[in-house]
Design a protein around this ligand. Structure first.
Ligand SMILES: CC(C)(COP(=O)(O)OP(=O)(O)OC[C@H]1O[C@@H](n2cnc3c(N)ncnc32)[C@H](O)[C@@H]1OP(=O)(O)O)[C@@H](O)C(=O)NCCC(=O)NCCSC(=O)CCS(=O)O
Ligand SMILES: Cc1cc2nc3c(=O)[nH]c(=O)nc-3n(C[C@H](O)[C@H](O)[C@H](O)COP(=O)(O)OP(=O)(O)OC[C@H]3O[C@@H](n4cnc5c(N)ncnc54)[C@H](O)[C@@H]3O)c2cc1C
Length: 401
């Protein structure tokens, strides 16, 4: 069983109180209206949960990734959309700025978070999802600026986020330098080359828009490029090193959703009677509940272990293991919880079908379960596992050189 410090227990209680009082009663409406829950996001901001992983010098709590995991589970249990808002504010994007940003970049990002912004990460393109390193968005140097051109999609928070972390292939004098990331702030009052495209109708977590984002000769000052160690050639790997935190956060949203569904199912089997006795008395259902509790606890332990792995960032292996397990186990828990509700689970007037839709994304977004398994296998085998048709031949060629 997970052991939290007294401080972490207090943090958990505070997050639970806020989430159950203010977010849970509105979760069905957020799903139905598909509207970004601005008022609830303001409550998260006021509670300090959007800035919690920022240093105290920047108005944060200097909280650890594990502290963030505690809050994300509680918030997601009440409202999955808000859980994702906390992930985006505390994990990947801000982690990259904290780790590699200049003082000015950190000031900029911290100011936006303090104002309640949920940053967006722009990696995926219509033709490059899992194969992210094949992205075609480019950033061409033009004096003190870069000119960004390309199309991103499935961008969480498109049209509501202000801070954007944009991955692009960087060119200086027409010569490719590697994949880097730029900070850019969208100002709705001053439209520029960052054009919010169509909203993508998503299956679940409908309170946050998923959109296309078009970069149309977007001019970004070179001071907004994240300077990662080893230069642009190593930048993608450096950025992904921090992105592992986002994966832990995403897995935790799945955990929160499934924990909520599980608790509702426990209440249901005690209250609902068939054959003259509570459902809870049927052994087949007792064992389902037992298995669900095991899956949840295992997911929680893996996620907390991943949050604490590495010296200051979750490591790739632990993050991939935790997100793969949590994504799949939590989907199964939600599916079983729906089964325990019978027809009521299938009704759109009850929460179970929402939980099942909400939890479905976590084996897809942020690295699919298959891609993450390949990352785990690569550590297990101690081998690079290139996925392109010519990858192994190229590796062998490099070894010969
Ligand atoms: C990494 C992949 C895109 C595969 O691409 P490649 O085969 O071209 O690249 P690799 O050789 O595997 O990696 C290049 C380089 O980077 C290092 N790397 C890669 N991933 C990590 C990581 N997670 N942690 C640390 N380092 C990493 C790798 O070791 C290589 O370094 P060396 O050159 O060997 O030193 C692909 O595997 C992949 O990850 N695809 C998924 C893309 C993805 O996650 N997209 C997320 C988009 S944002 C989003 O979905 C938000 C949703 S959310 O729920 O928050
Ligand atoms: C809800 C949601 C939110 C998202 N938010 C963001 C965001 O904010 N920013 C962003 O940049 N992106 C975002 N994404 C995109 C997400 O990162 C991609 O969907 C993901 O990386 C997978 O890419 P793809 O969808 O193109 O699938 P594909 O890469 O086309 O994969 C299709 C299938 O093939 C499998 N597959 C592919 N390659 C391999 C392989 N080598 N070995 C085995 N199986 C393989 C995959 O596992 C998958 O099952 C989001 C996606 C979703 C669903």
């Amino acid at each position: 069983m997970l052991k939290l410090t007294p401080e972490q227990q207090a943090l958990q209680a505070r997050a639970r109180e806020l989430a159950q009082t203010h977010f849970a009663p509105k979760a069905a409406d957020v799903d139905r209206t598909e509207a970004y829950p601005w008022e609830s996001v303001a409550l998260l901001r006021d509670a300090g949960f959007l800035t919690m992983t920022l240093p105290t010098s920047h108005g944060g709590m200097g909280a650890s990734f594990q502290d963030a995991v505690i809050v994300i589970e509680e918030v997601s249990k009440a409202c999955a959309s808000l859980g994702r808002v906390v992930v985006d504010a505390t994990m990947g994007a801000i982690g990259m700025v904290r780790r590699y940003g200049t003082p000015e970049q950190l000031d900029l990002a911290a100011g936006l978070l303090r104002a309640g912004d949920k940053p967006a990460i722009l990696i995926t393109e219509p033709d490059t999802g899992s194969a992210a390193t094949e992205m075609s968005t480019r950033a061409d140097r033009d004096g003190d600026h870069y000119v960004l051109q390309g199309d991103k999609y499935w961008i969480t928070g498109g049209g509501v986020s202000r801070l954007h972390i944009i991955y692009a292939r960087v060119f200086d004098d027409g010569v490719e330098q590697g994949i880097g990331a730029f900070l850019h702030v969208r100002d709705p009052a001053q439209p520029d080359g960052l054009v919010i495209g169509e909203r993508i109708p998503a299956m679940g977590i409908r309170g946050i828009p998923e959109t296309h984002v078009h970069l149309r000769r977007l001019r970004v000052h070179r001071s907004m490029l994240l300077a990662t160690p080893g230069g642009l050639r190593r930048s993608f790997a450096s950025l992904m090193k921090v992105y592992n935190a986002q994966r832990v956060g995403a897995g935790t949203v799945a955990l929160g959703i499934a924990q909520g569904a599980f608790e509702e199912a426990v209440r249901r089997v005690k209250a609902r009677r068939q054959f003259g006795r509570p459902l809870a008395e049927f052994q087949g259902l007792q064992w389902m509940l037992a298995d669900m509790s095991v899956q949840l606890e295992a997911a929680r332990l893996l996620l907390h272990a991943a949050a604490c792995s590495g010296s200051d960032l979750p490591d790739m292996h632990s993050a991939a293991q935790a997100k793969t397990f949590a994504g799949e186990a939590c989907f199964k828990v939600c599916n079983d919880a729906l089964q325990l509700f019978g027809s009521s689970g299938y009704g759109r007037d009850q929460p179970m079908e929402r939980h099942l839709r909400d939890v479905r994304m976590f084996t897809i977004s942020g690295g699919t379960a298959q891609i993450l398994r390949t990352q785990v296998a690569s550590v297990v085998l101690g081998m690079k596992l290139p996925q392109t048709r010519t990858g192994y031949a190229e590796l062998a060629g490099r070894a010969r050189d």
